[in-house]
Ligand binder design. Structure first.
Ligand code: 7TS
Length: 413
């Protein structure tokens, strides 16, 4: 890796208080579970602390100083998110509690208004459960057919099958931008163009892409784009649904309550404008402010740099993991994927791998990573996953590899 890149990582690491932590067994923390949730820089922690200490109040209602300050900071994040993903306006940005809630919003609101018997929703075998289960739930009520684009042995979408699966019956094509298991980065623009050709709307699950690479929603041209704050240096319990205005405007509300209405009488109610129509109740105010600080941080680091850095670490991880005998990496080669590597080690269950790595301070995730159909397709029950972010270093990959050798020694006995 370039020395300049590594110097920058050294500086970045100092911004994350948790990375200074030494675990109870004396090992320094080596955090390689970023696809599950990233760590938070001091700026994000301070922004949330400052809100609670200085201007905690509800938003959009009080005409007092605290409420006005809270509303200004809360709404400033909408502008920052719009700029970060190049949305046309802050009005395209709906606040949710995360990717899961964003996809459920589309399934319940857009789905109930647009899907019925004879219609099809196309997803893929590569999806996180968050982009499978909501469709299965509303499918029971609405009677449409759910179809899946298959995955190749290589861990990429089998696009040769697309013409037979994406047809005039397809009303929505919903797929992941970057896989949380095999790391594959899907060709979003090409898939959107194919959906447009049959008149289908497109939802992209950006949970693993927005945190890790520059994303321009206008260039990608999807109708909806969903992501979570907590995977991009921000707090948990908060996320975004981007939507095109012409798609969001006619959608009925999903949840009813305060803030999402213009007028309520005993005879009925009128809805607030988009995006507020979809934001019933008191929102996650500190979390919105925290995400604003996270975006400031990522913009300062530069998303192109974050992406390059992760690619370099992933390439290095590939080289080093190749030294571990009987280790099999799921998915495509390092140049076709995002910054994570899922693998199996013959004779060692992924949960045992994770437990042994933990002794060396290395945090990885083990299991099916909420993508059971994909594991079934690849013929494995579970895998271990190392996922990288802007603060990870090649030395941390070295510790991972040493610890994997130790795991093999333990299980060879
Ligand atoms: N979509 C993808 C591709 C994901 O990776 C995740 C979370 C979600 C949706 C759901 O996001 P949430 O913030 O609403 O929970 N993925 C993971 C993971 O891989 N390990 O833990 C969570």
């Amino acid at each position: 890796m370039q020395p300049a890149t590594l110097d920058r990582t050294t500086t970045i690491r100092q911004d994350f208080p948790i990375l200074q932590r030494v675990l109870p067994n004396g090992s320094p923390l080596i955090y390689l579970d970023n696809a599950a949730s990233s760590q938070k820089p001091g700026g994000v922690i301070r922004a949330m602390d400052d809100y609670y200490r200085r201007y905690n109040a509800n938003v959009h209602r009080g005409v007092h100083t605290l409420s006005e300050e809270a509303t200004a900071a809360f709404e400033a994040t909408r502008e920052k998110v719009a700029r970060f993903i190049n949305a046309p306006s802050a009005r395209n940005i709906v606040y949710t509690s995360g990717t899961t809630a964003s996809i459920n919003l589309v399934a319940y609101s857009w789905g109930r208004a647009n899907l019925g018997p004879g219609d099809e929703v196309l997803i893929t075998e590569m999806e996180h459960h968050a982009n499978i289960v909501p469709w299965q739930i509303v499918q029971e009520q609405l009677g449409f057919t759910l179809r899946y684009v298959p995955v190749t042995d290589h861990g990429t979408l089998d696009l040769e099958r697309l013409p037979e699966l994406l047809t005039e019956r397809t009303k929505l094509f919903s797929f992941v931008h970057a896989s949380n298991v095999v790391g594959t980065i899907n060709p979003v623009r090409e898939l959107v163009a194919a959906a447009r050709a049959v008149g289908a709307k497109v939802l992209v699950d950006g949970a693993q892409s927005v945190p890790h690479m520059p994303v321009d929603v206008q260039a990608l041209d999807a109708d909806f784009y969903a992501f979570s704050s907590h995977k991009m240096c921000g707090p948990t319990g908060f996320g975004i649904l981007y939507g095109k205005r012409e798609v969001l405007e006619p959608m009925p509300p999903f949840m009813g309550g305060g803030d999402m209405i213009r007028e309520v009488t005993m005879a009925g109610s009128k809805w607030n404008t988009v995006p507020f129509k979809f934001e019933a109740g008191t929102p996650a105010i500190a979390e919105a402010i925290g995400l604003g600080a996270a975006i400031d941080y990522l913009e300062q680091a530069g998303m192109a740099w974050v992406h390059d850095h992760e690619r370099a670490i992933t390439r290095y991880a590939y080289e080093r993991l190749a030294e571990v005998e009987e280790l099999h990496i799921l998915g495509p080669g390092p140049d076709e994927r995002g910054g994570l590597v899922s693998f199996t080690l013959e004779g060692v269950h992924p949960h045992d791998i994770s437990a042994i790595l933990d002794r060396s301070g290395v945090a990885v995730r083990a299991g099916h990573h909420c993508a059971q159909p994909l594991h079934d397709r690849l013929g494995v029950h579970a895998s271990a996953r190392a996922s990288f972010y802007l603060y990870n270093t090649p030395e941390e990959v070295d510790v991972l590899v040493d610890a994997l050798h130790q795991a093999q020694d333990v299980f060879a006995l």
